[in-house]
Write a protein that binds this ligand. Structure first.
Ligand code: UD1
Ligand code: CA
Length: 459
């Protein structure tokens, strides 16, 4: 069985964040999210996260099936793994993956390539490395003149000569369980930072005559981490570019990637166009031939084929084929817009179903409502769903016509083919085929202005 320990105890002082560093976000998800995702996808069945600084924030974030170990105080990466000793004991017959929680670019493919290499060479420890340009702050991988591994030297402990070594330790290792236990028992804190370095395991196991190896990643991007917000921005840029590129290769049209941020789990069909300043997140699925954007935000949306969303904010809702929304539309959680619906400017839909072919062209609020097919909402229609205490629902039948500025005081029902006169405040249900007029009759007072002279400067 494969299992994994993720190190997430550090504070990350340079992030200047109230939360632990691993909770700092790339593409609107904590860095830890990507690490857990990669580890699960790589087939690790048991996962233990080492928490420390503000551990309650990390614990609250984790799914129940993930175990945790608490490290306090935080005395280094080796010390962090020591705190997960129970987990290591339980899995000492297994191969154990250990990785930093602040390396969101790591992926399942690389984890498994390193695993294959680890198993093929019957290693006790297999490191992951890459050749990098910026060697500042890295763990330098020291080899002898034949290229045989010697040890890892942390940048702070390195001599000027060692600082020139550009093979960087990724912070992702496969260990044999028993050998990891041995290494943990022998790590000391005799170094520049007085920390227990996990990286010392390499030399410890080599000295025991064990097999050790380093898998060198060709793509150095996967080993990148972030220690401050500038590096975090760098990771956003790289991840964003990679995701956008993958969609374009799959047939999604992105004429300009300016402001286009698409989350890792989003699916988009071919021939759909994504326009600038569009953010698409969560488990959103978008069909084919849609036009999304400009300036559109979608989180956890299900969008069919041939849909147009122009300047729309859509959360946790479903939109069927051929519907168009916008500009300046908000579709809030729990809504479903059926086929061929038209939602025009300044309309908000919340927790409502809107039936096939229904139109709401302008300035309307549809909240907590069940709307039938081919309904016409006049401009300024409001479902008055909140009475100050409770939310109530409105039901509007098929083919109903709501005149401009209709207020529907929920709970209320409007029947099939029913009409409401413009400006009506509807408090009682309207039967099928009826016209409801709920406003005062108009009175014209002849010559009122000439007599009253209500305007300034009137003689
Ligand atoms: C570590 C490696 C370095 C490697 C680099 C790759 C060590 C000693 N050094 O350095 O060789 O090149 O990662 O990014 O391991 N953490 C804890 N408890 C602690 C300290 C850290 O849980 O006491 C966690 C942090 O939350 C973080 C991870 O371990 O997720 C790495 O810690 P960090 O301090 O960032 O290590 P680096 O200095 O980057
Ligand atoms: Ca780091």
């Amino acid at each position: 069985m494969k299992c994994a320990i993720i190190l997430a105890g550090g504070k990350g002082t340079r992030m200047k964040s109230a939360a632990p560093k691993v909770m700092c976000e790339v593409l609107f998800q904590p860095m830890l999210h990507y690490v857990i995702r990669a580890v699960k996808e790589a087939g690790c069945e048991k996962i233990c996260v080492v928490t420390g600084y503000k551990h309650e924030i990390v614990e609250a974030y984790l799914d129940e099936e993930i175990e945790t170990a608490y490290q306090n105080p935080q005395l280094g990466t080796g010390h962090a793994v020591m705190m997960a000793k129970d987990f290591v004991e339980k899995h000492k017959k297994d191969e154990i993956l250990i990785l930093n929680g602040d390396g969101p670019m790591m992926n399942a493919e690389t984890i498994n390539q390193v695993y294959e290499y680890h198993m093929a060479n019957q290693n006790s420890i297999t490191l992951t490395s890459a050749l990098v340009e910026d060697t500042n702050g890295i763990g330098h991988i020291k080899r002898d003149e034949n290229g045989t591994l010697l040890r890892i030297v942390e940048h702070k402990d390195a001599t000027e000569e060692e600082k020139l070594i550009n093979e960087s330790n990724a912070g992702m290792y496969w260990f044999n369980g028993e050998d990891l236990l041995y290494a943990l028992a022998n790590i000391t804190n005799n170094n520049a930072q007085n920390e227990y370095y996990l990286t010392d395991s390499l030399e410890i196991l080599i000295n025991q005559g064990k097999n050790a190896g380093a898998y060198i990643c060709e793509n150095s991007e996967v080993i990148l981490g972030a220690n401050d917000r500038v590096q975090l921005n760098g990771l956003n840029t790289i991840m964003r570019r990679n995701i956008n590129t993958a969609h374009m290769i799959n047939g999604v049209d992105i004429p300009s990637t300016d402001g286009v941020m698409i989350g890792m789990d989003v699916k988009i069909g071919k021939e759909t166009t994504i326009l600038p300043n569009t953010i698409i997140l969560g488990n959103t699925v978008i069909g084919e031939r849609c036009t999304i954007g400009p300036n559109t935000y979608i989180k956890d949306g299900i969008v069919g084929n041939d849909v147009v969303l122009d300047n729309v904010k859509l959360t946790d809702s479903e939109i069927e084929d051929g519907t168009d929304c916008g500009p300046f539309v908000q579709v809030r959680a729990g809504s479903k817009l059926c086929k061929g619906v038209h939602i025009g400017n300044f309309v908000e839909v919340k927790n409502s179903t809107v039936g096939e072919g229904t139109k709401s062209a302008h300035l309307t609020y549809i909240g907590d409502s069940d709307v039938g097919k081919n309904v016409n909402f006049g401009c300024g229609t409001v479902t008055v769903n909140y009475d100050g205490k409770n939310k109530n629902r409105c039901k509007i039948g098929d083919n109903a016509f709501l005149g401009c500025n209709t207020n529907l005081i929920a709970p209320v029902e409007v029947g099939d083919f029913a009409f409401t006169a413009a400006g009506s405040t509807i408090t009682d249900s309207v039967p099928d085929n009826a016209l409801a007029i709920a406003r005062a009759r108009q009175v014209n007072k002849e010559d009122w202005v000439t007599e009253k002279k209500p305007y300034k400067n009137m003689k």
